[in-house]
Design a binder for this molecule. Sequence first.
Ligand code: ATP
Length: 304
Amino acid sequence: MIPSVAVVASLSGAIKRYGALTALDGLDLMLHRGELLALLGPNGAGKSTAISLLLGLTRADAGKVELFGKDPQDIDARRRIGVMLQSAFLPSTLTVSELLRLTMSYYPAPRSMEESAAMAGVSDLLSRRYSALSGGQQRRVQFALALCGRPELLFLDEPTVGMDIDARQKLWVAIRRLVAEGCAVVLTTHYLEEAEALAQRVVVLGKGRVLSEGSVDALRSHVAVTRIRCSSDLDVVALAQWPHVSHAERDGAHIHLHSDAPENVLRRLLDADPALSELEVRRAGLAEAFTELTRESATEKEAA
Ligand SMILES: Nc1ncnc2c1ncn2[C@@H]1O[C@H](COP(=O)(O)OP(=O)(O)OP(=O)(O)O)[C@@H](O)[C@H]1O
């Protein structure tokens, strides 16, 4: 029997309404130890609301919310999490080291200040006043504060907004290290390459419900389209008639094809044009799968 991976937090049938607006419409979500879950969805899908329920910042109108098997407002459960939200209101007069020391004092077995600062890439900022830092530096300090308590579950709500490429790459390395140590991570992001680079599992929300759930590959395979590009003299009008070719277009010396069975099409292409060159084959990315999913859900809604 495959051992079940420990569930660290869950939402079961969670409903949250704001007046007439239903922000979460019976949401089921499970977070497992040592797993990075990317929570994706368009603006207003319910991602932040789901996180607020798990953090005990708001209460569900119906359904069950558990953090380490307890109520999310239970102090022992809260001591096991780290949080980096979109907006952080931190005392503006404190230095980075003072903020870290204060945050570490909330936790039973925090990391050392040096380790926390090094992991978040803020070792050179410790003596600086938080309010005088750049936006990207402040985000890195917020990450240090989120991880300093040695959390078993880390919430990262759009963590890399405002970070330059170098800072983003360093944050990814630190996140991977935390996950490898067994920490569960919930990441919301609008940067799909971030989810693609980090997530073991992706949940796409739309209108407070799960639209899709699975691995990055499974979500991607939802859009069963592969793009083929090559240099060839073949006639695109004829190519468009081939089985498994859904789209054919010429762009100068190159042709672009879309196919749901690229192996078949490639075999036939290479037979038809022995001079074919510059062949590129690319599967749909997460961005395309995600756009397709949210578009489908909007179409279903219109049809209903
Ligand atoms: N405090 C609130 N009062 C009223 N409506 C709210 C409140 N918080 C959220 N909502 C509404 O609930 C819905 C879900 O919002 P939520 O912030 O969870 O979405 P999100 O997926 O995090 O969006 P984004 O990607 O823009 O951060 C939205 O329609 C939003 O306007």
